[in-house]
Ligand binder design. Sequence first.
Ligand code: CO
Length: 471
Amino acid sequence: MKKVQITETVLRDAQQSLIATRMPYDDYEDILDDMNKAGYYSVECWGGATFDSCLRYLDEDPWERLRNLKKHLPDTRLQMLLRGQNLLGYKHYHDDVVEKFIELSIKNGIDIIRIFDALNDFRNIETALKSVVKHKRKKTIASGCIAYTQSPVHTVDKYIEMCKELKAMGFQTICLKDMAGTMSPWEAEHLIKGIKDAIGDMTLILHTHCTTGMAYMTLTKAIESGIDVIDCAVSSFSGGTSQPATETMYYAMKQYGIETGLDEDVINKVNDFFKPLKQKYINGGQLNPKSLATDAQALVYKVPGGMLSNMIANLTDMNAMDRFDDALAEIPRVRADMGYPPLVTPLSQMVGNQAVTNVLVGERYKNISKEIKNYIKGEYGIAPAPIDEELKKKVLGEDGEPVDCREEDKKRTGEDFKSAKEALGDLCRCEEDVMSYICYPDQTVKFLKEQKEKAERESVYTIEEIDDSAE
Ligand code: CO
């Protein structure tokens, strides 16, 4: 019997896409024991923006959240998303920091680490992979992830080459990550058939978003074409900028006799639990109904929705909305000059801003942003296609060569841990705190100070209580 499994994303990507990752652990703790019995391939619950959001907005220790998740989901693979050498952010960390982060993630309960690089420069995911291999436990899976995009150089053959490379590197599964939700059913069919032919029985996963309305059709074609795992979200947190619905895909596949391993009663119970939560977030304003709508603009303009609204906001600020069409037409040219990077954060903003600048200044690349200069210098990695020669000369000089972005990363000096420990002083409780500080210093200090004050207040109360009882 044909088998297609489902990863449930409500605890990570679905809530990140719909309510800016503001779902506190306490809101969903009561359903976790049931989710453990649902039969998901995995539950994506950590990484991405959840770590930052815990510390910054929710007054939660992300590591404690992970340990709690593991406690309630002992039989389910817990999954996280990791941005390779950038861990959960946008700057490169040293290799020893990357390794420690992965060691601690596994130790605290993560089973599947999905690793990607925004440019698909796989040198940037190599250290993360090696660290998983070094610290892995029985259930641990290193999943190599490709950021999906469309461009003249992103052909089916190129994606097949990428998959072969990930397989050769030692990844156990491969995920296609369509963050903008622009993969069409036709593209899914050709891509997945081609990849499955090339990589044999290695597990292939598709991650997409409903943003443009393509996702259900795309998943249907993906299933016909041999996909092994699809990412879905419980129906109350599905659609719009989130994933297609778990229960819907379950019923659709069931009629075809495709085995999902899911327990129908449990997945419905999970939805019954999240339904009122969704209403709570709508009432509280965290969930803007706009995120639940279909927006096909990304297909028309070939730029992700977020990038478009960002550009409109910038042009409006500068009182230059009359140049909108020119700026829009400039985006693909800038992207081509830069070697067709996938339009994902932060590259989407960089390309968009440079296009606006080129149009408003009236001369292309008269002003070049610092970020674009760094990109051309090679600090983000190698571009998918060669960068425009003229532009390269302008930034690097006549004989300038790009830098190797991995050069600095490789320094395993332990310096980052030492200075983090010093900065935290007596706020530091464990290795995990040190790691939180390295990733998000200000938020971690603020969080740990609050924790300390809370503990002190509580100990005062305890003493008073003892005094009362003594009298
Ligand atoms: Co996503």
